[in-house]
Design a protein around this ligand. Structure first.
Ligand SMILES: O=C(O)C(=O)C[C@]1(C(=O)O)C=C[C@@H](O)C=C1
Length: 371
């Protein structure tokens, strides 16, 4: 057979598959109605596992491929059923009740001292708020929980050093709402009370900043020491001979230090993303980014079929992070960011379906990110 003839056959087969796919989806919607009348749950694991085992056996050498194909078919079918029944009432109501107005927090918690990068992010996001400084990330979450601060600003990711795992673990522990975000260009300088570079023996900074400048520090042959923030490092270096801090120029000025070297980070386009968290859900009208988290059972293809549903809805994932679930060996929570808005009914339907199907699911927010 020629290529053209074979392609003609494939086209005919595809038409047949598509017709059957649409028939299957229509049938699934009817099942949803029966389930509603009988008060049955949409997900029927026994039935799904039986279908998967059957197709796997019948498909012979393509058993694994058939399993994945049908796992996806049934995920789509469940989603159509959830959408037909308007599932996820709790999430739908939370989204409906969420405030639409940008909040004007009185006080916002952040890491470190005046002049820290977190402080800069906070001032850009909430110029009118009073900053409240804390020495570590858990204290910021605690301050939001006990009302000492209306919101908390936290670094979540750096373009060269990667995710701030401790913050992700706290996000997953507290499950507060993410209400806004900002991506800041981060340029570190080497600042000291000394005036000559060769006098420096020890460099202080936050572990993330030390990581972002690891190549520079190695080249200079100086030792490094961790402290709780870049601005804290500047304060420390102001009191000790032969030391310097990796910090912002702003922090260097704050503590009266000389700038011995500029732009010392290893990557030129070094950026850090910050989020603001709060107790209440706030969804501004321009919100275009969604964050959520969930866990999946340890079975082949479970994460894959969840991610396929985002692809099927045309949603672009911008971040995925997995973190160990405390107290459960080698089980993970997944944290996801994607571009989208809950004002889009199809996106809200997907989230509502997932909220019903996945364990440890939380919708964390729909917000926009300043540049
Ligand atoms: O058989 C059912 O109960 C259905 O709802 C249909 C179906 C499927 O698409 O095959 C969908 C969801 C269930 O989890 C199991 C199977």
């Amino acid at each position: 057979m020629t290529l053209e003839e074979l392609r003609k056959q494939i086209d005919e087969i595809d038409d047949g598959i598509l017709e059957l796919f649409l028939k299957r989806m229509a049938c699934a919607k009817q099942v949803a109605e029966v389930k509603r009348q009988k008060g049955l749950p949409i997900f029927n694991e026994t039935r799904e596992l039986k279908i998967l085992d059957d197709v796997c056996r019948k498909a012979g050498e393509y058993g694994g491929q058939a399993r994945i194909l049908y796992a996806n078919l049934m995920a789509m079918s469940r989603e159509a059923q959830h959408s037909a029944l308007g599932s996820g009432t709790e999430l739908r109501q939370a989204v409906l009740k969420a405030s639409r107005f940008p909040n004007k927090p009185r006080s916002v918690a952040c890491l470190g001292e005046k002049g820290s990068y977190s402080h800069e992010a906070l001032s850009r996001l909430y110029p009118e708020a009073e900053p409240v400084f804390f020495p570590d990330f858990p204290s910021i979450f605690a301050a939001v929980e006990n009302g000492r601060a209306d919101l908390g600003v936290l670094p979540v990711e750096n373009s060269s050093a990667g995710s701030v795992n401790e913050v992700y673990d706290l996000i997953l522990k507290y499950r507060f709402s993410i209400v806004s975000a900002i991506s800041l260009s981060v340029r570190h300088c080497l600042a000291s009370r000394e005036t000559e570079l060769h006098e420096i023996q020890t460099v202080y900074s936050h572990p993330q900043a030390l990581r972002q400048c690891a190549g520079y520090l190695k080249k200079r042959g100086v030792s490094s020491a961790e402290c709780s923030s870049t601005a804290g490092a500047a304060k420390l270096a102001a009191g000790k001979r032969k030391t310097a801090a990796l910090c912002s120029e702003h922090a260097a000025a704050q503590y009266g230090l000389n700038i011995l070297d500029r732009n010392v980070q290893d990557s030129d386009g070094n950026r850090t993303r910050f989020i603001a968290i709060g107790q209440n859900l706030l969804i501004p009208p321009q919100a275009n980014k969604i964050s959520l988290c969930f866990a999946v059972p340890h079975r082949t293809g479970t994460l894959y079929t969840v991610l396929a549903r985002f692809a099927a809805s045309g949603l672009n994932l911008t971040k995925i992070e997995s973190r160990p679930i405390p107290g459960r060996n080698f089980e993970y929570d997944f944290y996801l960011d994607f571009s989208g808005s809950v004002a889009d009914p199809k996106t809200l339907d997907l989230l509502c379906a997932l909220s019903e199907e996945l364990t440890r699911f939380s919708f964390l927010g729909n917000y926009s990110e300043l540049e």
